[in-house]
Design a protein around this ligand. Structure first.
Ligand SMILES: [Zn+2]
Ligand SMILES: [Zn+2]
Length: 283
């Protein structure tokens, strides 16, 4: 049932069908984006990032919490989400806890656009504004690494050590934009947060692929149409662009062909369609 693709150093694993369910795991970062399904293997994850509160993105969270308990996890997972939805999600989980006489607990991490939270080691998540009819966020995963200040390059090791002993700050922080996740949004997300176009891997929705849905209708639903990706084709600097959240209007086995026909080759060769390899959507 799960689809797995490789995008540079990252494994992208899960399911994403627009309006049906989206849940994507990146094991190398220890993260799960959205909780639209709850397969057994996702129970090992300790950090979940929710894009927004629509059911196809959060509906499976209670089941996932139950599966974590089966995995022997006693500490509630960190759940990063738009600040505006924390209270409503807690109310929903409280109702379900009452229903099943078992506590469904999370450690909520409320975020607003521009906020940053350290996840683990040198990994930081930055929230970016997305454009959907409900409170929503995209996420940019950044590795913040300490580098020797450029003006000290070329100095001998003992000279650098002496500066450090003298209390001089010999390092500066460098941000490596590793992976970005943006779904359920107008394409304006790319204009508002152009740093997404520089992330090594961009996982982005492209719900509609051709004129079976008009550009106007896609925009009215606050989703991205392939026409809008093509318009911006030369702005993507990403090593890989994983397009997900495709509508079930398209058969899984025609998605790659539509991209081949429509997307300029320089971008097409970096696009990985996140669809099952067989002819059907799961379920
Ligand atoms: Zn969705
Ligand atoms: Zn949505």
């Amino acid at each position: 049932m799960l689809t797995t693709v490789t995008a540079g150093p990252y494994t992208i694993r899960g399911v994403s069908v627009g309006g049906v369910y989206t849940s994507i795991q990146v094991p190398e970062l220890g993260l799960l984006f959205d909780a639209g399904i709850s397969p057994r293997s996702f129970g090992a994850i300790d950090t979940i990032l929710l894009s927004h509160g629509h059911a196809d993105h959060v509906g499976a969270l209670p089941a996932l919490l139950g599966i974590r308990a089966l995995h022997g996890k006693t500490k509630p997972p960190r759940v990063v989400m738009p600040a505006e939805i924390v209270d409503d999600l807690q109310v929903a989980l409280a109702a379900l806890s009452k229903l099943q006489r078992w506590p469904l607990e999370i450690e909520p991490v409320p975020m607003m656009p521009g906020d940053e939270v350290a996840l683990r080691g040198d990994l930081v998540v930055r929230a970016v504004r997305t454009f959907h009819p409900v409170p929503s966020l995209g996420y940019l995963l950044v590795r913040r690494v300490a580098k020797l200040r450029p003006e000290l390059h070329g100095l001998a090791g003992d000279e650098i050590a002496a500066k450090k002993r003298a209390g001089e700050d010999i390092t500066s922080l460098e941000d490596r934009l590793e992976l970005a996740y943006a779904t359920d949004t107008l394409v304006s997300v790319l204009d508002h947060s152009p740093e997404l176009l520089k992330a090594r891997v961009l996982v982005m929705e492209c719900t509609f692929l051709d004129d079976r849905k008009s550009l106007e209708a896609a925009r009215a639903g606050c989703h991205i149409h392939l026409d809008e990706v093509i318009e911006r084709a030369d702005r993507f600097e990403n090593e890989h662009v994983v397009l997900m959240h495709c509508s079930q209007l398209y058969r899984t086995d025609e998605v790659a062909g539509i991209l081949d026909r429509r997307v300029p080759p320089a971008l097409r060769k970096r696009i990985i369609p996140f669809v099952p390899t067989d002819a059907h959507w799961p379920g």
